[in-house]
Structures are given as C-alpha cells and as structure tokens.
Design a protein around this ligand. Structure first.
Ligand code: FAD
Length: 296
C-alpha cells in the first residue's frame, strides 16, 4: 500500500516502526532476533515498517533481506530508507530496480550525513534532488525527513522548513520527523510547515529512552535537546536499567497521548530493534480500543 493511502483515514492514527539492519551479523542470528521482536510488535497492527540505510550503502544486502521478510513473512508494508550523499546516479538506478522487482511501493528519500572521510558523490547534493529523480524514474511513493528543532547544519529553522517545502513540492507524500522530547518543538514545527504551505502529513518520530549514555550520544548526534528534568532523572537512576526503561515508557506514553489529542495522523517509533518499550507504550495508549471506527 502506498503512503497516501496508508495516511488517508483521518480518524485512525497510523502506527509505524523503524528498524535497522543489525551490524556484524555474519551468521544471520541478529536478523532472526529482530524478527522475533517484530513478531511481538505485529500485535499492535502497524501499517508500515521502515528500514534504515547505512552510510554509502554499507548494509544494502541486509536491508533488502529485511525488507523482503517484512513484506512476505509479516505481511506489513515495508519502507526502505535511501541516502544519496555517497551514491552515483547509476547505483541509485540499480537499487530502485531492485526495489521494483521486490514490489516495494514506498521509499524514505534522504541525503544522508556527510561522511567524515569526505567521500561524497556529486550526482545528488540534497535530498530534494533525490526526490525529484525518484519521482521522474519510478512510481514509488516518497517520504522525506523533517527536523522539529532544525537540522544540525541548517542556518535557521526557517530556511530548513523552506528546503523541506521544496522536497514536498518535488513529490514527497509524507514527512517523518527526527526524534524530540519536548512536544512544543513539534507543534511549533507543524505550524511553521502549515504557514509555509506544506500540507502533507507530518508524522512525529518517537524514541523511548532506554539508557542515559545512549540517549546523550543520540541527542548530540541529532542535535536535539534533552529536557532538564529528564537529564536529572536519568542521571539519578543511571545504574538502574529497569527504572530507566520504565521511565522511558511512561515519558513516551505521555508524549504520544498529547500528540494524539492534538490530531497527529500517526506515530513513528524508533524501535532500536527491540519490542519491549514500544509494546509498553502502545499498550498504555490502547489505540485499537480508543480509535475503533465504531467509537468515533
Ligand atoms: P536534506 O533535506 O538534503 O537537508 C540537509 C541539509 O541541507 C539541511 O541542513 C537543509 O536545511 C540543507 N538544505 C537542503 N536543501 C538545500 C538547498 N537547496 N540549499 C542549501 N541548503 C539546503 N541517515 C542515514 O544515513 N540512513 C538512514 O536510514 C536515515 N534515516 C533517517 C530517518 C529519519 C526520519 C530522519 C529524520 C533522519 C534519517 N537519517 C538517516 C539522517 C539523515 O540522513 C541526516 O539527518 C542528513 O544529515 C540529512 O538528510 P536529509 O535527507 O534531511 O537532507
């Protein structure tokens, strides 16, 4: 099913997950473990599972394997991510043909981070150019990335939203956001998008906190703010993994409740390949019951 159709029901929020191809998985054990987790998460009726793309296509084979299994074994719509920063037009064409052969209908089109070794390919400079290209050569439905607190390289949030608008005008059907921990960033971002003339769904990306060190690293990498209260709580309980996991579930549940009550069209969970926290949040939200068509 294509993105436009997935997000076409205004009364029922769409649940989607992000997973990544496991690293150093020579015997395929980690992929098996990932599908054990995804089978648990299937209980919450996700409409889409997106699969990240390693810098420079480092894990393309594993990504394809995971995409195939999501589609054929789980019977859920997969959405591969794709980055263009280090890839030539020829290789992009080849990858799009692979996706076409697999019957894939959606793609998350990204520029990718500029690699530290500076090894970039100059065929596509920005995600907008990739969006235009995919639109021209394929019938894929295209999603793009948005940044409620601004992309780390952006001169200003205003410029960043203007470039986001360009991606939408060139063919993007949906925007998935960077993680954030303060909903006010998301609400003000959505407002800015609307004022700029962006009318496609903006889907919040939700990361349940599972550890303090990992969170600090991620927040620094993505340039997102951690609320002072959260830092304080996590530092205080840094040795108590169970406490932090439970805190992460409660925090994200409250975040999602507020987002849902403000009418978001979906929730996109950064699962980190584990079911535990996302299951906890979705059980708390009780979406199936609350948004059952008969209850509306
Ligand atoms: P762009 O939209 O091209 O923007 C990059 C920067 O350039 C921004 O600062 C923007 O303001 C600026 N810009 C855009 N257009 C112009 C222009 N015409 N002139 C001047 N400046 C411009 N990375 C991976 O490697 N693999 C993944 O699977 C992956 N998945 C992601 C999923 C989501 C939901 C998100 C939010 C991010 C993901 N990323 C992934 C990270 C992403 O690749 C990086 O954030 C990257 O640095 C920017 O990619 P982009 O597609 O947003 O780039």
């Amino acid at each position: 099913m294509k993105l436009k159709e997935i997000y076409s029901n205004p009364n029922k929020p769409v649940i989607s997950y992000e997973v990544f191809p496991p690293k150093e998985d020579t015997d395929g054990e980690k992929i098996e473990a990932l599908f054990v987790e995804l089978n648990k998460l299937k209980n919450y009726n996700p409409s889409l599972i997106s699969v990240t793309y390693g810098a420079g296509g480092s894990n393309q084979n594993e990504s394809v394997e995971i995409i195939k299994r999501i589609k054929n074994n789980l019977h859920i719509t997969p959405m591969p991510h794709f980055t263009c920063v280090s890839t030539s037009e020829k290789d992009i064409k080849k990858y799009l043909a692979t996706l076409d052969n697999l019957g894939i209908e959606n793609i998350l089109a990204l520029r990718g981070d500029i690699p530290a070794d500076g090894n970039i390919c100059h065929d596509f400079r920005y995600a907008s150019e990739l969006v235009a290209y995919i639109k021209k050569v394929s019938s894929l439905s295209i999603a793009v990335a948005g940044y409620p607190e601004g992309h780390k390289e952006a001169i200003s949030l205003k410029d960043d939203v203007e470039f986001l608008k360009q991606k939408v005008e060139l063919g993007a059907d949906v925007i998935y956001t960077q993680l954030f921990f303060d909903n006010s960033f998301f609400f003000s971002f959505v407002e800015k998008c609307k004022l700029t003339g962006i009318s496609v769904p903006v889907i919040p990306g939700i990361l349940p906190v599972t550890g303090y060190k990992q969170l600090e690293k991620m927040a620094q990498m993505c340039k997102v703010k951690i609320p002072a209260k959260m830092t304080e709580t996590l530092q205080k309980h840094s040795e108590d993994k169970d406490y932090i996991k439970q805190y992460g579930i409660e925090y994200a549940s409250k975040q999602c409740e507020e987002l849902l009550s403000n009418g978001v069209k979906g929730l996109h969970f950064y699962t980190l390949n584990k079911a535990y926290s996302v299951s906890g949040i979705l059980s708390n939200l009780n979406i199936q019951e609350k948004y059952n068509e008969n209850n509306i």
